[in-house]
Write a protein that binds this ligand. Structure first.
Ligand SMILES: Nc1nc2c(ncn2[C@@H]2O[C@H](COP(=O)(O)OP(=O)(O)O)[C@@H](O)[C@H]2O)c(=O)[nH]1
Ligand SMILES: [Mg+2]
Length: 213
């Protein structure tokens, strides 16, 4: 029977407050953008399927950092249980770019013994006239830190799809090569679900069995 999704990847989105993390996630999962975005409260959770190869889908479990970003108190388990993430800064906010190294340090400190693959995202590309960080400078930082770089806009829906797809593909390739593997007790990557063969009418109505992807 064909699997609904072959793998589930858990990804996080980090970066300074107001850089646009929640809007990026909302655009990707919901296709919507609001000019007024409330500060995230608690841990926000999104999900979406991505087709990586024809007929092969990966379920992305996406975690939004919520409020804590100001206080650098994001929990260890949040990093440890993610296989990848978007590290977002705002191209019109120089400070948010200067903090990219701090975010990487923080992630490195918390993620051990696992590894986490980041994509550097220069967000709000629709505001290029107010740009405070050049593309070359961001590309350079990404290269020395072992990341790819992409510029996105949730407002214009520019490269939103691509950013998540690039990261997903990169993780998928590492998984295929055996550089990342599924591990017991780790939420970063899980193998896919195959629809249940329903044996009885009782099982058919059991709500816990339903797939919510
Ligand atoms: N111009 C522009 N504004 C954006 C974009 N994405 C988010 N914003 C705005 O930036 C502010 C903060 O967004 P939010 O997603 O809450 O940031 P977060 O704190 O990183 O989650 C809000 O006023 C958004 O409307 C974008 O792509 N372009
Ligand atoms: Mg937010």
């Amino acid at each position: 029977m064909e699997a609904i999704w072959i793998y589930q990847f858990r990804l996080i989105v980090i970066g300074d407050s107001t850089v646009g993390k929640s809007c990026l996630l909302r655009r990707f999962t919901d296709g919507k953008f609001n000019d007024v975005s409330d500060p995230t409260v608690g841990v926000d959770f999104f999900a979406r399927l991505v087709e990586i190869e024809p007929g092969k889908r990966i379920k992305l479990q996406l975690w939004d950092t919520a409020g804590q970003e100001r206080f650098r108190s994001i929990t260890r388990s949040y990093y440890r249980n993610s296989v990848g993430g978007l590290l977002v800064f705002d191209i019109t906010n120089r400070r948010s770019f200067e903090h990219v190294r701090d975010w990487l340090e923080e992630a490195k400190m918390h993620v051990q013994p696992y590894r986490i693959i980041f994509l550097l995202v220069g967000h709000k590309s629709d505001l290029a006239t107010q740009r405070k960080v050049s593309k070359e400078e961001a590309e350079k930082l990404a290269a020395v830190s072992g990341m790819k770089y992409i510029e996105t806009s949730a407002k214009d829906s520019m490269n939103v799809e691509e950013s998540f797809t690039i990261l997903t593909r990169e993780i998928y390739e590492l998984l295929k090569k055996g550089n990342i593997s599924i591990q017991e007790g780790w939420e970063g990557v899980k193998s896919g679900v195959v629809p249940n063969v329903v044996h009885s009418s009782e099982e058919a109505v059991q709500p816990g069995r339903r797939c919510f992807c």
